[in-house]
Design a protein around this ligand. Structure first.
Ligand SMILES: C[S@@+](CC[C@H](N)C(=O)[O-])C[C@H]1O[C@@H](n2cnc3c(N)ncnc32)[C@H](O)[C@@H]1O
Length: 317
């Protein structure tokens, strides 16, 4: 494994670390236990976020961590927190679907482990100008990477009523998708839909204000649009393929997901590739204490698998 090109980030000019945690990582002990980092090992944190999992890996003895995030703000926050550890980290602004290319750019063709904690960080959800929250007035943006791609507003303009219905059904599992799509498109046409709160009002107009099981009526619509804007399922498929190509025999992939469609992708990719040996039959979920302390952890599922060596003469797929 070639690590000579892992150049430390010049982090010394950034301000000192904050005192509050910008995003509370989930299943941290479990992900470290799955990876079992070694001092000579190189690991990828494909969803760096605020760097919580990376800090835990380094704290548990990982030699180097390459942290990837498509969100520049997340990278800046993590850089600040990782300052002290900077000789052992390399931060990359990229989509994790580009994992192989990012490693190639560093002169690395294989790593000892890949972790991912897919979805949204608290930093993205809590900041109004990202447009990800139906609780805050913001632009209809929802992009994790604000340097590229279509915003939620542009996506809503482009999709037909039928296409929007499909997105809400598939990614949001919204039973009243057709009604929601019709109201949203109507409000767009009449100029009544410009912000996140407008979008929430459209959804409420379609399905009523009732909260089902304590869940806001706009939850499913916002989730579906965010996943569509960021191509989240496709990204995860590609990450799993890339991990299969770069993790060394004996190395581990460990993925935390929060959505049943994502968990299904991880489960299928690990099951269908005979060179992955799952570390547990069932996904690992947070204990009661973690959920109590961090309610956002409640739907997290961790699946991890070890890479097996290819048998002699077995063709590369
Ligand atoms: C749940 S947060 C990760 C939090 C992190 N584990 C921590 O301890 O702070 C998910 C992060 O992954 C990033 N992300 C999501 N999809 C991505 C993708 N396809 N490529 C790169 N980064 C992605 C998001 O921008 C976000 O910062």
């Amino acid at each position: 494994m070639n690590v000579v090109n892992v150049v430390p980030m010049p982090l010394s000019s950034v301000p000192p670390p904050r005192t509050t945690v910008p995003h509370r990582p989930v299943l941290t002990d479990e992900i470290v236990a799955a990876i079992q980092p070694r001092s000579g090992g190189v690991y990828v944190d494909a969803t760096l976020g605020a760097g919580g999992h990376t800090i835990a890996l380094l704290g548990a003895g990982a030699g180097h961590v390459i942290g990837i995030d498509r969100d520049r703000r997340a990278l800046a926050t993590a850089a600040e927190r990782l300052d002290r550890l900077s000789p052992r980290v390399e931060l990359r602004h990229a989509r994790f679907s580009q994992l192989r290319e990012e490693l190639a750019a560093l002169g690395i063709d294989s790593v000892d482990g890949v972790i991912a904690d897919v979805g949204l960080s608290s930093m993205q959800l809590d900041v109004a100008d990202r447009g990800m929250s139906f609780r805050r007035e913001g632009p209809l943006d929802m992009r994790m990477d604000r340097d590229r791609g279509e915003t939620a507003g542009e996506l809503l303009e482009r999709l037909t009523d039928d296409e929007l219905t499909e997105v809400l059904l598939k990614l949001g599992e919204e039973r009243r998708a057709r009604r929601v799509a019709r109201c949203v498109k109507q409000d767009l046409r009449t100029g009544r839909l410009e912000t996140t709160m407008d979008l929430r009002r459209s959804v409420v107009r379609a399905v009523g204000p009732a909260r089902v099981g304590g869940v806001d009526p706009a939850t499913r619509t916002f989730q579906a649009l965010r996943m569509a804007v960021n191509g989240e399922l496709n990204e995860l498929e590609q990450l799993m393929d890339a991990a299969a190509a770069v993790v060394v025999p004996g190395g581990v992939v460990a993925v935390i997901s929060f959505h049943s469609l994502e968990d299904r992708i991880v489960k299928r990719k690990l099951r269908d590739d005979p060179l992955w040996q799952p570390l547990s039959k069932k996904p690992i979920v947070p204990g009661d204490q973690e959920v109590f302390e961090n309610p956002r952890a409640r739907s997290a599922k961790l699946r991890a698998a070890k890479r097996l060596a290819r048998a002699e003469g077995e063709a590369e797929r």
